[in-house]
Design a protein around this ligand. Structure first.
Ligand code: SER
Length: 581
């Protein structure tokens, strides 16, 4: 079956069995604790927890979708026979209607009857295979699934550990044991094609499991892999989903490189169409690396093809199913990034040829000066880059970001990391990073409390550790749960808006006139900095006298949670909040 037929058959199968067909959500999820959509279930998270009502929204407790997904975890595997960054996931979901029996029966029927593929073996959860001390150790063995499979005539049922326990995506969420279906590929290798998750638990940010009120089913099957076994070809790159792209890619590049580029072309087209733009952080940084890898390899091959043809091919194949795919934007953005990178690319490659060994520090210098991403350095560095690894490179990257931030702090007062309420001491970069995020979060929190409770809220003290922020403020009564929730929500909303954070240095008198908040107990120097959150000082949402350091954009904070509220004196309340990653 070709890719289009598989999608159609899958949705038809589940629609005929009472499932609402739901379109794919964006590759950029609403959940700020994750960069990309990595699974079909992500857009349904709140139906499992009962926060949203599937019956009301879909007129059914069951849904099915074909979801665009992007995973960076597999990026170093891309180029082998079956791994990808961008892929499509077929999934069926039940929010409290059917469970193990129904889900396994559907999986069995679709694979063996519709796809006409024999099942090689399946796996089920066995806590004996989970390492000691792991948070999943206490989950019972899934004998129920084993029995269901055996009744269907599947003889090879294997117990497995943490690989057959799913989730949560992000800091917290639904999770549970899974059962996986394996099918033999044309090359004779057994491939996992379908993962059926039984969401029975909710994992909180402290990794504690509680039973979900309604148990749910979440399944995920990679379209490309299924096409590979269905079409009897040894790699996903030989399926109809890839062959037209592969044919267009320069033939003087290695097979592996052409596979990587075919993967990246699709990733770039879909990420740009969903609004991601190349940059030096988060999703934008991932996108930039994909773009630069493609640009570099085309350059090395002598630019034998206009990349527009690659994107037109992607459009040709996908636009019917994904109408948001926008080649015009893709081409415009790609051209801009190309022009930006081309200025340094040739020099960078020359420099790379000159160095005799490439460690993380040197690699990072090449990245910083010429924009050559890690992947390129690793690939083209050959023997010289043998010892270069991603982890160390990422460490250099993080270090650099901290140094540029801390640099501006040091200038203020000349004594390192000073907050306006006492000294902020970070033991290492990791801690500093967390405290910086919490510090900006504290500014947002003060403003949010003033919005919710009124302007009588004024700072009385604050203390930040890598684990939490503690904020004391004047207020005459207990803050109600609803009020705390409202303030928390407001902070998270401002984080999500990804507002820029900047400061202006000025005289104390001028600073007071801006309306910025300050802490009455603090003695300020004659010249102070006003940190503001928003696009300009005038219309900033939050303004405070402060020495920093702060994040550059509120989005870096991730998400916060208020964990405690209590009195610490007459008319003084204390709030603690943590980062939820
Ligand atoms: N969430 C599971 C996965 O991504 C099943 O959909 O594998």
């Amino acid at each position: 079956m070709n890719g289009n037929d598989i999608r159609a058959e899958f949705l038809k199968f589940f629609a005929a069995r009472g499932h609402a067909v739901v379109p794919s959500s964006s590759l950029v999820p609403d959940d700020p604790s994750v960069l990309f959509t990595t699974a079909g279930m992500q857009q349904f998270k709140r139906y499992y927890t009962g926060e949203l009502d599937a019956k009301k929204d879909f007129k059914s407790l069951n849904a099915a979708s074909v979801q665009k997904c992007f995973r960076t975890s597999d990026i170093d595997e891309v180029g082998d026979e079956s791994h990808l960054t961008f892929f499509e996931m077929l999934g069926n979901f039940s929010f409290g209607e059917y469970f193990k029996e129904g889900a396994i029966q559907y999986g069995y029927e679709f694979i063996t009857k519709v796809m006409k593929l024999p099942i090689d073996y399946v796996t089920v959860f066995d806590p004996d295979k989970v390492p000691e001390g792991d948070w999943r150790k206490g989950v019972p063995r899934d004998d129920e699934s084993r029995v269901i499979w055996e009744k269907l005539g599947v003889k090879d049922v294997r117990g497995d550990g943490i690989d057959v326990f799913w989730g949560p995506t992000g800091a917290e969420g639904p999770c549970g044991p899974t059962t996986e279906i394996y099918v033999k590929s044309a090359a004779g290798k057994s491939l996992e094609v379908w993962n059926i998750v039984f969401n029975e638990f909710y994992r909180d940010t402290e990794k504690k499991l509680t039973k979900l009120q309604t148990r749910g089913v979440d399944t995920g099957m990679g379209l490309e892999r299924l096409a590979m076994v269905s079409q009897g070809v040894p790699t996903i790159f030989e399926t109809d989903l890839f062959t037209p792209l592969m044919k267009l890619l320069p033939s003087n590049l290695s097979e592996r490189t052409r596979r990587i580029l075919a993967d990246h072309v699709r990733g770039i087209a879909f990420l740009l169409s969903d609004g991601v733009r190349p940059s030096n952080k988060e999703a934008g940084y991932v996108l930039r690396r994909l773009m630069r890898r493609l640009i570099t390899h085309l350059h090395i091959a002598g630019n034998p093809i206009d990349p527009a043809h690659l994107y037109w091919e992607v459009r040709e194949h996908y636009e019917k199913f994904y109408p948001k795919l926008n080649t015009q934007i893709v081409l415009e953005e790609f051209t801009v990034e190309w022009a930006r990178f081309e200025k340094t690319l040739a020099v960078g490659l020359k420099e790379l040829a000159k160095v005799d060994s490439l460690d993380a520090k040197r690699a990072f210098t090449l990245y910083e000066s010429y924009g050559l991403p890690y992947e390129i350095l690793k690939e083209l560095g050959g023997e010289k880059a043998k010892r270069l690894n991603r982890e160390e490179f990422d460490e250099e990257f993080a270090k650099h970001q901290e140094i540029s931030r801390a640099g501006s702090v040091k200038k203020f007062g000349g004594h390192g990391l000073i907050l306006n309420t006492g000294e902020l001491k970070a033991g290492d970069e990791e801690e500093l990073k967390k405290m910086t995020r919490l510090h900006t979060a504290t500014h947002l929190l003060q403003k949010a409390l003033r919005e919710v409770l009124g302007s009588e809220v004024a700072q009385r003290g604050s203390d930040i550790t890598p684990e939490r922020t503690r904020f004391d403020f004047s207020f005459p009564r207990k803050v109600e749960k609803e009020e705390l929730e409202e303030a928390e929500e407001l902070v998270n909303k401002k984080i999500k808006e990804d507002l820029p954070v900047n400061f202006k240095e000025m005289s104390k008198e001028e600073a007071e006139k801006t309306g910025a908040l300050y802490f009455f107990k603090e003695k300020y120097p004659n010249r102070v900095k006003v940190y503001y959150v928003g696009h300009s000082l005038e219309d900033a949402w939050s303004k405070e006298f402060c020495g920093g350091p702060h994040v550059m954009h509120t989005g870096e904070i991730g998400r916060i949670k208020i964990t405690k509220e209590k009195a610490v004196g007459v008319g003084v309340r204390r709030i603690r909040a943590i980062l939820v990653e």
